[in-house]
Write a protein that binds this ligand. Structure first.
Ligand code: UD1
Ligand code: CA
Length: 457
């Protein structure tokens, strides 16, 4: 059955007290609106309409390429008024229209699909939930079992405010009836807004069946209206992700101090210490161990590799058995082979290090190709940028680069070469030999230190 989806995303989000539109705030690194779109995507709606208004340019740019159609609501006169704007864009052949709140991000596809089925193109289906603290939400008013109306918190009587069953902001309605109802709304209420929720009483008055299903899990229907609610939802989402990983055998030192802002694939016997952040797509192979306070984005960490604390990794590949950190930085294009060692305060960018290469202290490798078992001394750098262009440094297998060397690219160090500490190497260094490129050490006979003048009286 063809389906329409409407996502309301025009509101300002006053309670966020932010210059940014509310639906562009991020949960686990993804905008609230993207979460809602992702949940709706598998429903394969014939048409998805996003109602934009506050910060419309930014909101629309954020969903460009999603296939959804954006319609503008100017000014924003309430959720009913928002759906009014969407009506002309709805596909008449779609008998059911699912309405989603842009600020209820964790709705699950299965829950939305069940609501669509409950509507079946003929009934008004509401998703509700029982909350211990229903403050701020629209209350579900029932007579016996039958739903009579939704009363907004600000319009509710004391008795109604005691009701704990609330509307989640998610409903499925027969498209044709919805269109008629939203056109008939008025704004005769505490907020002088056109409330979408008023269509429930209209349906009841017309004898259209209203069905309310209670969401089993409150996390999926919590709304984000304030920074505190955003943080609360973030924690719940992270907790759920942490539990799923632990269920799969990943050993998290503390599930309350774990953040996944993308996807994380783990092999067996993976250990993750506290306060690590994973972003983009990260893979940790069997037995990988991640120390405390690491930030890892778009990376593959090989089997048995150890990432020591306070390491930052982005767009990199770490080979099996490699040791990285503490305090190391792997930037995009860093590729470390098997058993490579990268120590503290070492930065690697767009460089490939073959098996067993080591750079253990205070060094920079940029645009370099480093052979097997190379030892790269403390304080050495590749001078890869001449102010206009980047150039490559090639270091052959088993070369030994002393401390505090500057390798001025483009330059090649032959296999097995040794570069004396403190050298500034501007020309290729031959294989197997010692190359020095620094001032020769001299000692001046009879030299004396200047003396301080003798103090007077
Ligand atoms: C709404 C419901 C309330 C429900 C709650 C669940 C109404 C009148 N109330 O209240 O019953 O318990 O959601 O989270 O529907 N929006 C627009 N245009 C507008 C106003 C809002 O697009 O003119 C959008 C917002 O961007 C937001 C969503 O609609 O994504 C909900 O608006 P919000 O003002 O947060 O409604 P609530 O007061 O939370
Ligand atoms: Ca809300």
């Amino acid at each position: 059955m063809a389906l329409n989806v409407v996502i309301m995303a025009a509101g300002k989000g006053t309670r966020m007290k932010s210059a940014q539109p509310k639906v562009l705030h991020r949960l686990a690194g993804t905008t609230l609106l993207q979460h809602v779109l992702a949940a709706a995507a598998p429903l394969a709606a014939g048409r998805t309409v996003i109602v934009t208004g506050h910060g419309a340019d930014a909101v629309e740019a954020s969903v460009a390429g999603s296939g959804a159609l954006c319609v503008r609501q100017q000014p924003q006169l309430g959720t009913g008024h928002a759906v009014q704007q969407a009506v002309p864009a709805l596909d008449g052949a779609g008998e059911t229209t699912l309405v989603l709140n842009g600020d209820v991000p964790l709705i699950r596809t299965e829950t939305a699909a069940a609501l669509v089925a409950a509507c079946g193109g003929t009934r008004l289906a509401l998703l509700t939930v029982e909350l211990a603290d229903p403050g701020g939400y629209g209350r579900i008013v029932r007579e016996g079992d039958a739903v009579r109306a939704i009363v907004e918190h600000k319009d509710a009587s004391a008795a109604q405010r005691a009701l704990r069953e609330v509307y989640t902001g998610i409903m499925a309605a027969p498209t044709r009836l919805l269109a008629g109802w939203v056109m008939a709304l008025n704004n005769d209420n505490a907020q002088r807004e056109y409330y979408l929720t008023d269509i429930v009483a209209m349906a009841v008055a017309e004898g259209v069946p209203v069905v309310a299903s209670r969401a089993a899990d409150e996390t999926e229907v919590l709304g984000v209206n304030s920074p505190a609610q955003l943080a609360e939802l973030e924690r719940r989402l992270q907790r759920a992700r942490a539990e799923a990983l632990m269920e799969a055998g990943v050993r998290l030192a503390d599930p309350a101090r774990f953040d996944l802002r993308g996807t994380l694939e783990c092999g067996s016997d993976v250990e993750i210490d506290v306060n690590c952040i994973f972003e983009g797509d990260v893979q940790l192979a069997d037995g990988a161990r991640i120390g405390a306070h690491c930030v890892i984005r778009d990376a593959r960490i090989g089997a048995g590799a150890v990432i020591h604390p306070f390491t930052h990794i982005e767009g990199a590949v770490v080979g099996p058995g490699a040791l990285v950190g503490p305090y190391a930085r792997l930037r995009p294009g860093a590729e470390l082979g098997r058993d490579v060692h990268i120590g503290n305060f070492v930065e690697v960018k767009n460089s490939r290090l073959a098996a067993g290469a080591k750079a253990n202290h205070l060094a920079y490798l940029g645009d370099a190709t480093v052979g097997e078992r190379v030892n790269y001394g403390a304080g050495s750098i590749t001078a890869n940028y001449d102010g206009a262009n980047k150039h490559r440094t090639v270091i052959g297998a088993d070369a030994h680069i002393g401390s505090n060397c500057v390798l001025v690219a483009p330059v090649t160090i032959g296999a097995g070469a040794t570069i004396g500490g403190g050298s500034t190497v501007c020309r290729d260094a031959p294989a197997g030999q010692l190359t020095l490129a620094r001032a020769r050490q001299v000692t001046l006979e009879g030299w004396q230190r200047p003396k301080k003048p003798a103090k007077k009286g």
